[in-house]
Design a protein around this ligand. Structure first.
Ligand SMILES: Nc1ncnc2c1ncn2[C@@H]1O[C@H](COP(=O)(O)OP(=O)(O)OP(=O)(O)O)[C@@H](O)[C@H]1O
Ligand SMILES: [Mg+2]
Length: 325
């Protein structure tokens, strides 16, 4: 007997969207599948269409053309009641938290349940469980103004999850936070995604976010999907100039000698074996950054150093374009 295969979390099929009065489409003939249980990053420059994609999923906008299937259901054809049901199964986390200043932390987290008509005792119990999970059990009676940015975002995450969604959309959720706080929020999102078996969609313009928290990436440029794939593969061998430009921003400042080139490699680790292999190649390690996908390393090697894939059987290497003088 074969089990029916479960549909992907999201499937965009030729989706286009132009805002009224705008000359160019915000999204253009977008076809993209997001696997259930993945942590998918959506990256691209400002105005690429990332937030529009999120607004289509959350039902705040409707496509002009094409189909959008959420868990196999064509959401362009839902009635009002079904739309509301679907929205309860989609959690949203915003860049500026969007908390209500006159409500306590608890009051902010219970709000979606209040709107759904759940009795007070029940919704408060549920909200307290969520606050516990985001590490804010002791903050329930505070007001947003009495919280740090990171704490506000934790409240935002608790609120997004209080209705028990299976899909969590985070639009620039860490862009307003300092790097350390941002890393804490990404850890929390990753942990919750695993524990609750969520599909997590992370919209960002920061490469660090993609590295730290995603399994897959889709790159948008001017409303079009220009590249997609597993994060590790895509960051090691970016094909499109938008992706390359994002990675290039992390290129270390080095002075190259005659016949030397700068190359980017994704390594498994920086263990003794790897270091020995680097030495054999005569490679100078000029920058290394560990992340859940491995180690992003920038090497200076001789142009004729040969095959860097010896560094690791599956090593993926990218030689950036030469720096123009
Ligand atoms: N409500 C709106 N009305 C008219 N045009 C809009 C509206 N929202 C977005 N746009 C336009 O649609 C395009 C895509 O915008 P979108 O907000 O999706 O980009 P983005 O990738 O999220 O950018 P950013 O990184 O700056 O947040 C832009 O050209 C933008 O000006
Ligand atoms: Mg945006």
């Amino acid at each position: 007997m074969t089990l029916p295969s479960s549909p992907p979390a999201l499937h965009f099929e030729g989706v286009s969207k132009t805002y009224p009065g705008q000359p160019a489409p915000a999204l253009s003939d977008l076809t993209l599948t997001v696997a259930r249980g993945s942590r998918t990053g959506i990256i691209g420059r400002s105005g690429a269409g990332k937030s529009t994609l999120v607004r289509l999923i959350s039902g705040l906008e409707t496509p002009d053309a094409g189909r959008l299937l959420v868990q196999g259901q064509d959401v362009t054809r839902l009635g009002r009641a079904e739309q509301r049901q679907r929205q309860a199964r989609t959690g949203l986390v915003f860049q500026h938290f969007n908390l209500l200043a006159q409500r306590t932390v608890l009051g902010n987290v219970t709000l979606p349940l209040e709107l759904a008509g759940q009795p007070r005792a029940q919704r408060e119990q549920r909200a307290l469980e969520l606050l516990e999970q985001v590490g804010l059990a002791d903050f329930a009676r505070r007001y947003p103004a009495q919280l740090s940015g990171g704490q506000k975002q934790r409240v935002g995450i608790a609120r997004a999850l209080v209705t028990g969604p299976d899909l969590l959309l985070a639009d620039e959720a860490t862009s307003a936070l300092d790097p350390e706080t941002s890393a804490g929020i990404l850890d929390l999102l990753t942990r919750l995604q695993r524990e609750r078996d969520l599909t997590l969609l992370i919209v960002t313009h920061q490469l660090e976010v993609v590295r730290a928290a995603t399994t897959h990436v889709a790159v948008l440029d001017r409303g079009r999907l220009v590249e997609q794939g597993p994060t590790r593969h895509l960051l090691a061998q970016p094909q499109h100039e938008v992706t390359r430009a994002l990675l290039d921003a992390h290129r270390p400042e080095v002075t190259l000698g005659a016949g030397e080139v700068l190359r980017h490699v994704n390594l498994d680790d920086l263990g003794a074996q790897t270091l020995a292999a680097l030495a054999r190649l005569g490679a100078r390690l000029v920058q290394a950054e560990a992340h859940p996908q491995g180690v992003d390393a920038w090497l200076v090697v001789r142009e004729d150093a040969g095959d860097l894939s010896a560094l690791r059987p599956s090593a993926e290497v990218w030689t950036p374009a030469p720096v123009s003088a």
